[in-house]
Ligand binder design. Structure first.
Ligand code: PLP
Length: 441
């Protein structure tokens, strides 16, 4: 195939782009045509430093030959095999490898095709579990304001972002904890903020309102990413765990972003030392190469469902692509790379440098908060009057044109580079972003 350039660009009309202002984008497109290591190449031949690991997923950096070779080999050996009442060895091998590093020892693994599918799977497992242990009145699912749990009907129902919810009917029987964002008390914090552990008591409020016997599970992102990087206050997750346990409510951590080394430990579960009952993952599971997700379940949850006659299907749930052999091959090779290069803990070594580099932007024009943890930063800008989000979007476009990929949600800029990043590249991100902020109106 000839190199993709502006001259041979395809028509942009047919592709309905996800989470994109389609008409604005197509009037001034930003196209990426190649990637290697820490950089993308844009359609016009520029190198663009990847400040976001794609969409929080390319943790080992781009163009990993080992993953490509494993995928090629698997495609040529066993391209697809069904997983319903049939199996293929590589899915079992991958689940076992994952079990060995499982968050909090949750070593029973259900494969899905994405983060959204992982979330809906975990919610359904929670409901099935409660029913299996004789708690069938527990059908309510609790999420949190500003939470993002993908785009399935389960995920948007427990999610807390209004734009993702307002056009759609939602699951009945959901409710939401208050979010933990508190600029007045917790601005410009490195790591976990001091104030707000008591916000976990909101679960007590919902128990008092609905009755514990109606609540199956509560789902939160340990560090909320897509809502603009919200770091849990010290003690918050511990308290949530304690209250959930006391009331027989399952705790689900959505680690689609935090899984696979983002915080400097393999999972946020390990980083915070708080063990939920179910963990949802995707993204970094295959280094973003082949779509795949996985739900990690405790043995207690798993075993409670392994009952009834042996010829009965225990959980009426699964996807055509659950345990897809090519995705499993990509995942196994990804784990090899992570383990050989120490990437699941590398963010811990970079953490201090990251904090310092990002917090240099304190005092840059428009910046009202900076939040950093692991290799994640949220840089919140003051919104333009009457046009929320437009300032951050302008910074995003400017950065891209100058050679840095950042991500924005509302007026929060999020950075989450591949875990292979060098310190000099972190400095470059901060400096390029600082220049863009200085130019921003
Ligand atoms: N959960 C969280 C915490 C996420 O950040 C995301 C995606 O960003 C999802 C779920 C949905 O994942 P996917 O886009 O793979 O469906």
């Amino acid at each position: 195939m000839p190199a993709q350039t502006r001259a041979n660009r395809p028509s942009l009309d047919a592709y309905w782009m996800p989470f994109t202002a389609n008409r604005q984008f197509k009037a001034a497109p930003r196209l990426l045509v190649a990637a290697e290591g820490m950089h993308y190449t844009s359609e016009d031949g520029r190198r663009v430093l990847d400040g976001t690991a794609g969409l929080w997923c390319v943790n080992a950096g781009h163009g990993r030959r080992r993953i490509a070779a494993a995928v090629e080999h698997q495609l040529a050996t066993l391209d697809y095999a069904p997983s319903f009442q049939m199996g293929h060895p590589i899915a079992f091998a991958f689940a076992e490898r994952l079990g060995a590093i499982a968050p909090g020892g949750l070593d029973r693994v259900f494969f899905t095709g994405s983060g959204s599918e992982s979330v809906d799977t975990a919610l359904k497992i929670a409901l099935a579990y409660q029913r299996a242990i004789g708690q069938g009145t527990r059908t309510r699912l609790i999420g949190r304001e500003r939470g993002y749990h993908g785009v399935g009907f389960g995920g948007i129902s427990v999610g807390g972002l209004v734009n993702n919810r307002r056009a759609f009917p939602l699951l009945p029987g959901t409710d939401h904890l208050r979010h933990t964002h508190d600029l007045a008390r917790n601005a410009f914090v490195k790591g976990q903020p001091e104030h707000g552990a008591d916000l976990a008591d909101d679960l007590e409020r919902l128990v008092a309102l609905h009755g514990a016997e109606t609540i199956a599970a509560v789902i939160v992102e340990p560090v909320a990413g897509s809502t603009g990087v919200l770091v849990p206050p010290k003690g918050y997750l511990e308290r949530l765990r304690e209250i959930a346990t006391r009331h027989g409510i399952l705790l689900i951590f959505d680690e689609v972003i935090t899984g696979f080394g983002r915080l400097g430990a393999p999972f946020a579960t390990d980083f915070f030392g708080v063990t939920p009952d179910l963990v949802t993952t995707a993204k970094g599971l295959t280094n973003g190469t082949i779509p795949m997700g996985a739900v990690f379940a405790s043995r207690a949850v798993h075993d409670a469902l392994m009952t009834g006659p042996e010829n009965a299907i225990e959980l009426f749930h699964g996807y055509t692509y659950s345990g897809h052999p090519v995705a499993c091959a990509a995942g196994l090779a990804t784990l090899d790379v992570y383990e050989e290069e120490g990437l699941l803990t590398r963010a811990a070594a970079l953490q201090d440098h990251w904090h310092e580099a990002m917090h240099v932007l304190r005092g840059a024009p428009h910046v009202i908060d900076i939040r950093t943890i692991g290799l994640v930063a949220g840089i919140e800008l003051a919104p333009r009057a009457g046009a929320p989000g437009s300032r951050a979007h302008a910074v995003f476009v400017d950065c891209f044109e100058k050679g840095l990929l950042i991500r924005v949600t509302g007026d929060v800029i999020a950075l989450s580079p591949p875990l292979i990043t060098e310190r000099a590249q972190i400095d470059a991100m901060a400096s390029m972003l600082g220049d863009a902020l200085a130019r921003a109106a």
